[in-house]
Design a protein around this ligand. Structure first.
Ligand code: KG4
Ligand code: ZN
Length: 342
């Protein structure tokens, strides 16, 4: 069955075509709105919604053109139902439901984090269930136990800022623009390890909860009134990245011990961070577990993960929206662990 996936939860318009019978992912395209929001130092929700409206049709046309497939072949349309910005979600949902209705095929609403969580299964080296998943994005930092599609249990999560948010806010303090995660991590590569040491919040809390807002404040104290040389900036970036990677990797190892599972899956934008990956790989070989990552281009928001999650859900027998149902809603706030088993 050919599935069209639509992702519009925040500032990326992602579209994809997925066909399990034709090799899986056929094509996916992401339009990032970063350049548009940069001037404001963060995402402006109304601008995000309007840009999704502008991009969806040309992006989907491009998908069909590039793959030689036709909308008439679609068996289902999947879209991000939540969580995310309400206006942005409504654009994707309205578009997807409209396409599904016009073609007389079912639509299926997908949880954005389920998309991230399952995206490592699209990689060449894919994990088997069950596994522990570390979800580290701009809006979420969670450790989940995953026993199968739609079988998720929350092990621990951040009490305040998400890891990506901490990267972005710290990058802003260092004048690196928005979103600063990738820029900060690049700057950290030229920083001297150990030149500064920042706190590792909640690293010894004994549970799987996180807290990152204090880290940003510690950076603020460090940079206030300091010499703004390029090397100083790089050293601070390195100290920040060391602290955050240390906390994330330590809690992952604790989660592996606690659950007794042997596979760790890393998903979400911060999962692209090279230093975090290196540290996780080192801890994994020391503690005897395997780590699996999403392909770098599928770590950040994309339509492929939405189409793929829909394919797995449909195969597991998930219900779709009736093709006659005209009303729809989105869920800006939606806990992943509240998803019912199929
Ligand atoms: O998963 P994602 O695309 O969007 C959300 O669902 O939030 O994650 C975006 C986040 C941003 O905070 C961005 O700064 C961060 O992921 N990010 C990184 C890196 N690449 C993206 N953070 C650290 N290192 C990176 N290489
Ligand atoms: Zn995301």
């Amino acid at each position: 069955m050919l599935i069209l996936g639509i992702e519009t939860s925040c500032d990326e318009t992602g579209v994809a075509l997925y066909d399990p019978a034709a090799g899986g992912l056929l094509a996916h395209t992401v339009h990032s709105q970063v350049a548009m929001h940069e001037a404001y130092g963060g995402v402006v929700p109304e601008l995000a919604s309007r840009d999704h409206v502008r991009r969806l049709i040309p992006l989907c046309r491009g998908l069909f053109r590039d793959t030689g497939r036709s909308p008439d072949e679609l068996g289902a349309v999947a879209y991000t139902e939540g969580p995310g910005l309400i206006g942005a979600l409504l654009v994707g949902a309205a578009f997807a439901r409209g396409v599904a209705f016009a073609l007389g095929v079912p639509a299926i609403g997908i949880h954005h984090l389920e998309g991230h969580l399952l995206s490592p299964l699209l990689a060449k080296r894919a994990p088997q269930f069950p596994f522990v998943a570390l979800l580290v994005s701009g809006g979420h930092t969670q450790l989940m136990r995953v026993d199968g599609v739609a079988r998720y249990a929350l092990l621990g999560e951040t009490q305040d800022d998400a890891a990506g948010e901490a990267f972005d806010k710290t990058a802003k303090l260092l004048g690196l623009g928005y979103p600063g995660g990738p820029a900060l991590s690049q700057l950290a590569e030229s920083g001297i390890p150990g030149r500064y040491r920042l706190p590792r919040p909640m690293i010894a809390s004994g549970d799987l909860e996180f807290s990152f807002s204090g880290l940003k404040t510690a950076v603020l104290h460090l940079v206030r009134g300091a010499d703004p040389s390029a090397q100083f900036q790089a050293d601070v970036a390195r100290a920040f990245q060391d602290a955050i990677a240390d906390v994330l990797a330590t809690k992952c190892t604790q989660a592996m011990d606690q659950t007794g599972l042997t596979r760790l899956v890393v998903a979400g934008g911060v999962g692209a961070n090279r230093q975090l990956r290196a540290l996780l790989d080192a801890q994994a070989s020391r503690h005897g577990y395997d780590v699996f990552y999403a392909e770098p281009e599928l770590c950040t928001d994309n339509g492929a993960m939405i189409a793929f999650a829909a394919a797995l859900r449909l195969r597991a027998g998930a219900r779709t929206v009736s093709r006659d149902a005209h009303g729809f809603s989105v869920r800006p706030r939606w806990a992943l662990a509240s998803l019912e088993a199929i």
